[in-house]
Design a protein around this ligand. Structure first.
Ligand SMILES: [Zn+2]
Length: 306
């Protein structure tokens, strides 16, 4: 049985599904996008609050999830996730503090700190929230416009390594909202992984269709790199990877490197249900399926704290 810890809470999850890679937001943020946004089809969900996530987890029969704090970005750079009162004014703490307070009510949802690593306060915010019980860090290179292997970020990566928590790095082409593929090429992760061999790194979206072979190369070459399949499974998903390519990733890396992610709330409940059904139908072993649906993440957490 594997154990996950968050603060003083011990969370055990012997064979259950863990819903990795969720993006909750304060009430009204997604709602506003949905009704007034540019693409109502993409934002076709009711709302994206932590309470809504908990409700969806219950309806899916899933006990545990990993939630990333929302991004804080100046309006106009990409989708601005947070209203100003949560945002820039509080030196990177607004969005993380919001999630921290919300998760007090939802002990089965594990929090990840989200920061712009270029901010001078990034390391401090990470340390603060990891010490308060968050279990990992998420960064988004195209939204925050940094290059993954920028030497200036080395101290930031060292700090995360020192805290013994995993780092999730967004990869893949993000379309017109953050059209900077050069910033999000998985191959750039290789240098970070080699410079920080104890740091467990999750390559989010496994690079998507555009870069999944790069993600494969990095995962095959570094013991500390994993691939997250969020928004890759269904054909209309943002980072869709054809089935044969996903099978190749599993075959060449092993399921112990692969983590299912939902990208909730873009991954609405029905889509998650479909994803899980599809994973269960794949021509791989039951152990592989359990790894992908939660086991790999749990072992990664154990690795991080060794
Ligand atoms: Zn995401």
């Amino acid at each position: 049985m594997h154990k996950l810890t968050r603060g003083d809470t011990m969370i055990t999850n012997p064979h259950g599904i863990l819903l990795f890679h969720c993006h909750p937001c304060p009430e009204g943020v997604y709602e506003g996008r949905r009704t007034g946004g540019e693409n109502p089809k993409v934002f076709g969900y009711e709302d994206g609050t932590v309470d809504a996530l908990a409700k969806d987890l219950a309806s899916l029969g899933i006990e545990k999830a990993v939630a990333f704090a929302p991004w804080e970005v100046p309006e106009g750079w990409a989708i601005s996730r947070m209203p100003f009162e949560y945002s820039q004014a509080r030196h990177g703490r607004g969005a993380n503090e919001w999630l921290y307070q919300e998760l007090k009510k939802h002990r089965d949802i594990l929090g990840f700190v989200t920061v712009n690593p270029r901010d001078i306060w990034a390391t401090q915010v990470v340390e603060e929230y990891i010490n308060r019980g968050f279990v990992g860090v998420k960064v988004h290179p195209p939204i925050h416009r940094f290059r993954i292997n920028d030497p200036l970020l080395d101290n930031f990566y060292s700090a995360i390594d020192g805290l013994g928590v995993p780092l999730v790095i967004h990869t893949g082409v993000s379309g017109r909202l953050a059209p900077f593929p050069y910033h999000s090429m998985p191959i750039l992760v290789d240098e970070v992984a080699k410079n920080h061999p104890r740091l467990q790194i999750v390559i989010a979206h496994a690079g998507g269709a555009a870069f999944c072979r790069q993600a494969l190369a990095v995962a095959q070459s570094n013991r500390n790199c994993y691939l997250d399949l969020s928004a890759t499974i269904q054909e209309d998903s943002g980072w869709y990877i054809p089935r044969e390519e996903i099978m190749l990733l599993i075959k060449l890396c092993g399921s112990g490197k692969i983590i299912y992610g939902s990208d909730w709330p873009w991954g609405v409940t029905d889509r998650i249900r479909k994803d899980i059904q599809e994973i269960r139908s794949w021509d791989i072993s039951e152990v592989d399926k359990e790894n992908i649906l939660g086991g790999t993440f749990e072992r990664l957490m154990e690795q991080s704290t060794l």
